[in-house]
Design a binder for this molecule. Structure first.
Ligand code: PEP
Ligand code: MG
Length: 755
């Protein structure tokens, strides 16, 4: 052991000095191969790097013919080097000539070689190259020598991969995870096409200091980081003590790894061999990931995720690096790769750079997805084993029009996709031409088409889309992207801008709707066990009326002399509506008594997103209320008891199913009877097929995401309501989990939609 540590440490020191020298990466790799050969008392050391496709290219050598550098290439599995790469395991061969896997390459001049040892260069669980040592004298390389070489390979792999990330451009000779191009399917949540460089939302920690002077110091650092991490995990477990068993299992596995003496002692061993604490954690992580990745048992593969998370967690404690990529230097075109994503986290990014988002989990009702839709960023979700398939720095095309992603695409694929993008632009041009035209059906019924907004960058959406106004202004988005609770003046500024930009068209301001998956970064007492049904939205603002009062004051001041539309979310009972309305009326009185100018007119509405309201419609509509707006996202989740953020259940229930269509029809009838306006602002209105059903059921006002306004208007202008109405009405009373396919076929046969 001591011998191994000594040899390893000496070699690593020399390597570190070589890497610190100026010169190109090529110069430094040439020097490295010489040092390794000398350190191992061997004649040859060569470094092969995996290039686009599955070719291992001789990148640097000491001892083979220099002319072979960048020329000799081996396929994965070809020759001893190819075998090391494809098996991702070390290989020791005493007599290469008698080994059937050996492939002789004359240009390398390896005629006199007898023995071979090769180890894979591994990064992030992927092989990125091979480090090979050869000797002329027959020799049996020892296990200790193999371990030394593996430690050196770990350091080299980090350096090469970091070099590739710096160079990142496609022209880089070293591609981060240069394996074969790959196509992968997922579920498209927001259509569109995006090309860019893969960035992990929760990036793997970069380990920059790899070789350590003082192992004792590193051991101390490791101990401290472990203690911090365990305290942290404990707090996390305590906060979730009542979780269901399956989550507890995951957490316990997590803790088990954290306390696993074997895991810790393996890290310590690598520190003694000369690595820094962080490099040692990375090395153990790489080894375990490789070992686990050969196992097909789904349970064990799941544990691999836990392990990756744990390694990364420990590395964060050691390096102090932040937990999301938002604050990092990002490429111009980013494809964000996430396990899951919160709405505030999405807003932390410079969203102009985001070309697409890929989620390992994720559903259409998640707020991050709703925000992505508002930003017109394509999203694909439910891509299994995402992190094994895409490495940071990979070029990725997200084709959410066809529910597919291409990782490291070849030129043909790229060309075909760019072609698709051109067609998409042409379609957008068609929608632009519809901008000034009304959403009037073939047989003359006009529907008011409004947009959903809330972000600063949405301010121009009415002008850009030609919408009839903003049907849902999600005020919480400004709260979520601020670093502290915005004061009255700040809010007034936002609401005033929204009204100014709407050019006299109505803007429906919804009061603060936080809670659920919409968390405020500066408000930690919102974390709840069952947040969708917990203390959220109007339930919060009625218990903390100062927040509501301030918000309403800001709205009143912003709308002075103009129409003010206020919408209260998550109303479940009549007294809740009354209480919220009363705060509004009092605030108006207060403003008047202060001598402030009031809005010219006022319209007040309630969201219908809690099913209890469906059985209180006559009472609600006889209140001092002007309109209802259906929040189909929440209404669907509560009606079917299916968490809108949980892919295992969210997609099981369809808005175009008999129960939901019946609810919508009854809402239309109740509002018609009471002479009150009805609108819908949930995501279903943004889907052209659903919009047909809504209008056929009697909805005359839809509020959709800006990017859907064109497609929805196009379809509404194509339909014949006299035909759509009886067909949809006939489905309302027919049971079945979903009428989507039938409605689709009907719309298709009538040529209202193409595919
Ligand atoms: C809804 O629930 O449908 C809705 C529009 O509100 P949000 O998506 O913001 O919860
Ligand atoms: Mg809602």
């Amino acid at each position: 052991m001591a011998l191994r540590d000594e040899t390893s440490r000496q070699l690593l020191f020399r390597l570190r000095n070589a890497m610190a020298e100026s010169g190109t990466i090529q110069d430094r790799m040439d020097l490295t191969t010489r040092l390794v050969a000398e350190g191992m008392g061997a004649d040859v050391c060569s470094c092969y790097v995996l290039r686009h496709g599955d070719l291992l290219e001789l990148y640097a050598t000491f001892g083979l013919a220099p002319g072979a550098v960048h020329k000799t290439r081996l396929r994965m599995g070809e020759g001893l080097v190819g075998h090391v790469a494809s098996s991702a395991q070390a290989l020791r061969v005493r007599d290469v000539w008698s080994d059937p896997r050996f492939v002789y390459r004359p240009e390398t001049g390896e005629d006199n070689i007898s023995s071979f040892i090769g180890v894979p260069l591994v990064r992030g669980g992927h092989v990125i190259g091979v480090l090979a040592v050869q000797s002329q004298e027959p020799r049996s390389f020892t296990e200790i020598e193999q371990e030394v070489l593996e430690t050196v390979a770990m350091v080299l792999a980090e350096i090469l991969a970091q070099e590739a990330e710096i160079a990142r451009a496609e022209t880089s000779p070293l591609v981060g995870n240069a394996v074969l191009p790959m196509r992968q399917e997922g579920t498209a949540l927001i259509r569109g096409i995006g090309l860019g460089t893969a960035v992990y939302h929760q990036p793997e920690v970069t380990v920059t200091t790899l070789v350590a002077e003082n192992p004792e110091h590193e051991i101390e650092r490791l101990k401290m980081a472990l203690a911090e991490m365990q305290a942290n995990l404990q707090t996390l477990f305590d906060a979730h003590a009542n979780l269901p068993d399956e989550y507890r299992d995951i957490m316990e596995t997590f803790q088990m790894f954290a306390e696993d003496a074997g895991w810790v002692s393996r890290i310590q061993e690598h520190i003694h061999a000369g690595l820094t604490a962080e490099a040692a954690v990375r090395k153990v992580d790489n080894d375990m990931r490789l070992r686990f990745s050969r196992v097909h048992d789904p349970y064990i593969r799941e544990r691999l995720h836990d392990l990756k998370d744990l390694g990364n967690r420990l590395l964060r404690h050691l390096t102090g690096q932040s937990s999301t990529a938002a604050g990092q230097n990002l490429p111009d075109h980013v494809v964000l790769v996430c396990r899951t994503l919160g709405p505030a986290e999405l807003l932390d990014y410079d969203t102009k750079r985001l070309r697409a988002v890929i989620l390992e989990e994720g559903t259409v009702g998640m707020h991050a997805v709703i925000i992505a839709r508002a930003l017109d960023i394509p999203v694909i979700a439910q891509v299994p084993h995402l992190f094994e398939k895409i490495a940071p720095g990979d070029q990725v095309i997200v084709d959410a029009d066809h529910s597919q992603i291409f990782v490291r695409p070849n030129d043909d694929v790229r060309e075909a996709i760019l072609d698709g993008l051109r067609q998409r632009r042409e379609r957008l041009e068609t929608y632009r031409q519809l901008r000034a035209l009304p959403a009037t059906t073939k047989d003359g019924t006009t529907v008011s088409l409004m947009v959903n907004a809330g972000l600063m960058m949405d301010m121009d959406c009415v002008r850009e889309t030609g919408a009839d106004g903003i049907g849902l202004f999600r005020t919480e988005l400004a709260f979520m992207s601020a670093s502290s609770l915005p004061d009255v003046e700040m809010q007034r500024g936002i609401y005033e801008r929204a009204l100014d930009h709407a050019d006299g068209k109505p803007v429906v301001f919804r009061t603060l709707d936080v809670g659920g998956d919409k968390l405020l970064p500066y408000w930690d007492d919102l974390a709840e066990e069952n947040p969708a049904m917990g203390w959220r939205s109007t339930r919060i603002t009625l218990t903390r009326p100062a927040i509501l009062r301030q918000q309403l004051r800001a709205m009143i001041r912003a709308a002075r002399g103009r129409e003010l539309n206020v919408l209260f979310p998550m109303i479940a009972t009549i007294p809740e509506f009354r209480a919220a309305r009363r705060i509004l009326d009092l605030e108006l009185e207060r403003e008047a008594s202060r001598g402030g100018r009031l809005p010219e007119s006022l319209r007040v509405g309630s969201m219908v997103e809690v099913p209890s309201l469906l059985w209180q419609l006559p009472e609600l509509l006889s209140e001092n209320i002007d309109f209802l707006s259906v929040g189909s996202n929440d209404l669907l989740q509560f009606l079917f008891a299916a968490d809108r953020c949980n892919p295992k259940v969210a997609e099981r229930y369809d808005s175009l199913s008999a129960p939901f269509l019946r609810v919508l029809r009854d809402l239309v009838l109740a509002c018609d009877r009471a002479g009150k306006q009805l609108s819908i602002c949930g995501e279903m209105a943004s889907r052209p097929l659903d919009a047909i059903a809504l209008v056929a059921l009697g909805f005359r006002s839809l509020s959709v995401t800006a990017s859907s306004l064109g497609p929805v208007k196009e379809v509404l202008r194509a339909i014949d309501l006299d035909r759509a109405r009886p067909f949809i009405q006939s489905l309302v009373d027919q049971p079945g989990p979903s009428h989507r396919t039938r409605i689709q076929a009907f719309a298709h046969d009538n040529r209202w939609i193409s595919d």
